[in-house]
Design a protein around this ligand. Sequence first.
Ligand code: PEP
Ligand code: MG
Length: 325
Amino acid sequence: RNQSLKEIIILPAITRDGKRVEVAANIGTPEEADLALNQGAESIGLYRTEFLFMSKKEMPSEEEQFKAYRQVAEVMGDKPVIIRTLDIGGDKDLPYLNLPQERNPFLGYRAIRIGLEQKELLKIQLRAILRASAYGNLKVMLPMISSLEEFRKVKMIFEEIKDELKALNISFNHKIELGIMIEVPSAALLAPAFAQEVDFFSIGTNDLVQYCLAVDRMNEKVAFLYDHFHPAVLRLIKMVADAAKAAEKWVGMCGGMAGDPLATPLLVGLGLKELSMEAGKIGKIKQIIRKLDARDCQKLAEEVLKLPTTQEVREKLLEYSKANI
Ligand code: PEP
Ligand code: MG
């Protein structure tokens, strides 16, 4: 029987052969967490905190941040919420930070690079997240990580803040996970090394595609070259999925590819544990997953990874969707 999307959003996404995939929502404000739940989100795979910063005339205080993060934690209850630290720069400006004008903002002073130079900013945010972690199931995720050194520097700061909170008897989740976005090709290529040190990965295809293919994600003129089905992008994703599996680490995806129905069988076949997307897409993606056979998707992924062009990948996936969904 073909179930309606309304019926499906409340069901878990389990393949016909019993493999469960977490279907999650990307949010930008605490208010969106309620909407995400109503649309069937099983977790928040990406909370983009930059909107909290962009909606103010000055830096939000630790207290303001704490309130926002606690609100999301409480709305979601036991369900995981991945909070991403500030990802500003690139296309997103923050007037009060006085960021420099750059020739190549996407290759410049952005995201964790800002956090590691303006450490107080990062520390305040991490402290706010840690304090909020006492009220739900929060995880921390770092954007634009491109080397192990960057991760280790943040990890050290994170541990220092935890020690401070312990000393002050302020409660937080002592087991809170610290993971990274995989959105720079260097991080994907080093995934086996990262997998030894991070708690989880989430693949950010919006930037990964841009950096892998050297195609500005905001530039209309080259938009036709921007495609998450490019075979080179697929190879990077596979490396990350395989590295996570080998190290028994959790791997999800929070870029636009996660909400693309044509990609779902391939992503299930590659072994991603979670797909996080705009809440409005959740029902459709759950519906697709419930029609799939995970073992068959694995075979599909093997075949797709052998194809040398984007067009052949798209044709193969279209053919598979027509036959199976
Ligand atoms: C991504 O790069 O895929 C991502 C999810 O982050 P953002 O779109 O916020 O850069
Ligand atoms: Mg990104």
